[in-house]
Write a protein that binds this ligand. Sequence first.
Ligand SMILES: [Fe+2]
Length: 263
Amino acid sequence: MKLIWMSDLHFEADGLVQGHDPRLRLQAAVGYIAEHHADAAACLITGDLVETGSERNYKRLREGLSGLPMPVLPLVGNHDDRRVLRDVLPLPGSAMPGFVQYRADFEDLSVLCLDTLIPGQAAGNLCQERMGWLAAELAALEGRPAIVAMHHPPVKLGLPMLDPDNLQNGNELLDLLAGFPNVLHLLAGHVHRPCSGTARGIPFATAKSVLYQAPPPQPEWDWSSFRPAAEAPALTVLERTETGLTLQQCQFCDYALGAAGAV
Ligand SMILES: [Fe+2]
């Protein structure tokens, strides 16, 4: 069983975002998935679907994603508008009212998609209502394997400019997850960098952006000197195996595609 994982599309109907063309990058990703991974059960997108949360942007994004031969599991990021996202993009029937939080069940894996948005802030949080929903869903799985996906990473990653804007109550989330050994992996977006490790013994990974990449922490940088790294984008292919999961990071186009001024 295979899933595709994309993150941080920062889609806009017009213009460039951080010097990159979100329409060309999305088209390349969708084309790559349709050509090479049409057998995937779903395509998970861990938030920042759009750069600005207008209805027009979400409708154009929906058109751009329509070339995918599998259902999309959208998550909300700090650039998203929860209400407009819900109005335009279909969510599974299990979604919590008023949030972009739901469970999607596949043959031998469930995906718990969390809504970590605090409207108007870069950092994320899971309120008691959403945490309670997660506890109930984890219990309802009765040990069946699951992965947990969210926009904001629940742990510090050693990225000084990005760590302050992660999930504020990540420890609380990890306290809950520690009681469920059937949680095979955590997936997060937000940082536009591929990081992986363990958190209280649970493996986690963050993803490259489909659009633009954050530089590594060294050489040091701050927001006044921020320029996206000249790195190619990637998406990830997740496969359920006999022993657990594999995550394959796949470059779907060259850096130069849709990057202003790239040679
Ligand atoms: Fe982002």
